[in-house]
Design a protein around this ligand. Structure first.
Ligand code: AMP
Ligand code: MG
Length: 264
């Protein structure tokens, strides 16, 4: 019977959301921001693991993935604050950029600490993938073999579908959401994540900006419409989709060499 397992999976999603969301003022992640520059806080095993993995993807992508990007995410109104009418000035952007540096996130003995007041983390680029992996393990542990988990485009499969040999996932055309530009076949255990500018964007000064920010410049990324990453687990697929989106076609080869097990 599948019902107890779906309830368990929902429980995992709810618990992780409560701990990892920036939108909840009582989440671990909000406490971490509140205590920035003050004191380390004790975090759960899950929070510690996601934060460690986020740091890892930061290093792997040479900073294209930066979990401390939250001040910029907020500046453009993707987070808690409203979107400004026009693109903020270079000066304002640069001031926020000073607070963005994943290598300054200190993780030690089950605690996390951000050394500067105003620093904050945003796990939006990795937490869904992590949640999918937790759910995946829970389904497998319950003895279920054939299933697919999809958390807003973060997908991981096991076994095979009722109607065939392999799970096939359609990838949407970023320029026309009603069209599928290709199908990807996923072997059992594999995961897929898509970062797209059509999912979330804001308009400032009549221009559209994506919800993914280049931590090198401080500006929202332009020039990438979408990227789909295939990996051995959903955390890696999610954690790598965001930096591939940032570096674009130009930087894709270099990033691929750093992460040979992923495919784009
Ligand atoms: P995804 O859809 O997985 O690419 O994640 C996008 C989300 O990650 C955004 O909504 C932000 O919350 C966050 N984010 C934006 N830019 C970055 C970045 N350069 N590194 C890490 N996370 C980011
Ligand atoms: Mg991602």
């Amino acid at each position: 019977r599948i019902e107890p397992v779906t309830a368990q999976v929902q429980g995992i999603f709810d618990r992780l959301e409560q701990e990892l969301s920036t939108y909840r003022s009582d989440s671990t992640i909000s406490q971490l921001a509140d205590q920035a520059g003050v004191a380390p806080i004790a975090v759960s095993d899950d929070a510690f693991r996601v934060l460690s993995l986020a740091r890892h993807f930061g290093e792997l992508s040479e900073g294209a993935f930066d979990v401390t990007v939250a001040p910029l995410v907020n500046l453009y109104g993707f987070g808690k604050r409203p979107t400004p009418a026009a693109l903020p000035s270079e000066e304002v952007i640069r001031a926020q950029l000073k607070l963005v540096d994943y290598s300054r996130l200190i993780l030690k003995d089950g605690t996390a600490f951000l050394p500067l007041k105003g620093m904050a983390v945003d796990l939006g680029g990795i937490a869904k993938g992590y949640a999918v992996d937790r759910a995946f393990d829970s389904c497998r542990n319950a003895g279920i073999q054939d299933f697919l988990i999809d958390l807003s485009g973060n997908i991981r499969v096991s076994g095979r579908p009722q109607w065939g040999e392999d799970w096939q996932i359609g990838v949407r055309d970023p320029f026309d959401r009603s069209r599928i530009i290709g199908k990807i076949t996923l072997r059992s255990g594999m995961a897929l994540a898509t970062s797209g500018n059509y999912e979330r964007f804001v308009e400032m000064g009549g221009q559209r900006y994506s919800h993914i920010i280049d931590p090198k410049t401080g500006y929202p990324v332009t020039g990438t419409a979408g990227v789909t990453v295939l990996a051995q687990d959903a955390t890696t697929a999610d954690g790598m989709s965001t930096p591939f989106f940032v570096v674009g076609l130009k930087g894709a080869d270099r990033l691929r060499q750093k992460a040979p097990s992923v495919d784009i």
